[in-house]
Ligand binder design. Structure first.
Ligand code: IMP
Length: 204
């Protein structure tokens, strides 16, 4: 059987590992942009995670006719901060500001709020442009709250301050495999896998 070619719009090795695990390599040949020899600079100027994800996948699809092109866009929404930092998660307080500083700033902005008012979620939109040029986008989330102090050594970004409701530990304090099994990105990737299978079936 000819494997279907997927190009995933990321240079991040961890994301590549996760997508290979979730989609499976029996059916798909999964390449990073670099492995596919594609370089595209896109301005992620959408107002939503979905828009930004589609901006990326559509730009890359123009250079990769016949492939499935996947892209993701993710971030943290804090309800008490009007869903900030949202699509600006990577750029919040400046791209070069360390996450120690960003995380402390978010904790400070929630001063005095009880647990229920500290609700937050990680969001991940994954889009796919199909070989026929049509596209689809899905959203995965994981709900939690912002803790009172950073915790844990795993993960990256906002993980140390993002706590799980039922465990009262941060997503930086649980093993990466456990996080992947419940994460916004894992959920979105599992959803897009279904959408791709349905699209494939409707074409046959
Ligand atoms: P990207 O769209 O995957 O590049 O993510 C944008 C930003 O959202 C990252 O730079 C992080 O600040 C934040 N983010 C997204 N997913 C996570 C996560 O799983 N843990 C911590 N931070 C995340």
């Amino acid at each position: 059987m000819n494997k279907k070619k997927i190009i995933f719009a990321t240079g991040n090795a961890n994301k590549m590992r996760e997508i290979r695990e979730i989609l499976g390599e029996d059916e798909y040949e999964i390449l990073s942009m670099k492995e596919a020899g594609i370089q595209v600079d896109v301005e992620e100027n959408g107002a939503t995670f979905e828009e930004n994800s589609l901006i990326k996948s559509r730009a890359i699809a123009l250079k990769a006719p016949g492939a499935y092109v996947l892209a993701d866009d993710s971030g943290l929404e804090v309800d008490a901060l009007d869903k900030e930092p949202g699509v600006y998660s990577a750029r919040y307080m400046g791209e070069d500001t360390s996450y120690d500083i960003k995380n402390k700033a978010i904790i400070d902005r929630l001063e005095g709020l009880e647990k229920e008012k500290r609700s937050a979620r990680f969001v991940c939109a994954v889009s796919c442009v199909f070989p026929d040029g049509s596209d689809a986008v899905v959203r995965g989330t994981i709900e939690g709250y912002i803790g009172w102090e950073p915790m844990g050594e795993h993960g990256f970004g906002y993980d140390p301050i993002f706590y799980l409701w039922d465990k009262d530990v941060s997503t930086a304090a649980i093993p990466p495999e456990e996080k992947n099994s419940i994460s916004h990105r894992g959920n979105a990737l599992r959803m897009i896998k279904k959408v791709m299978e349905e699209h494939e079936n409707s074409c046959n």
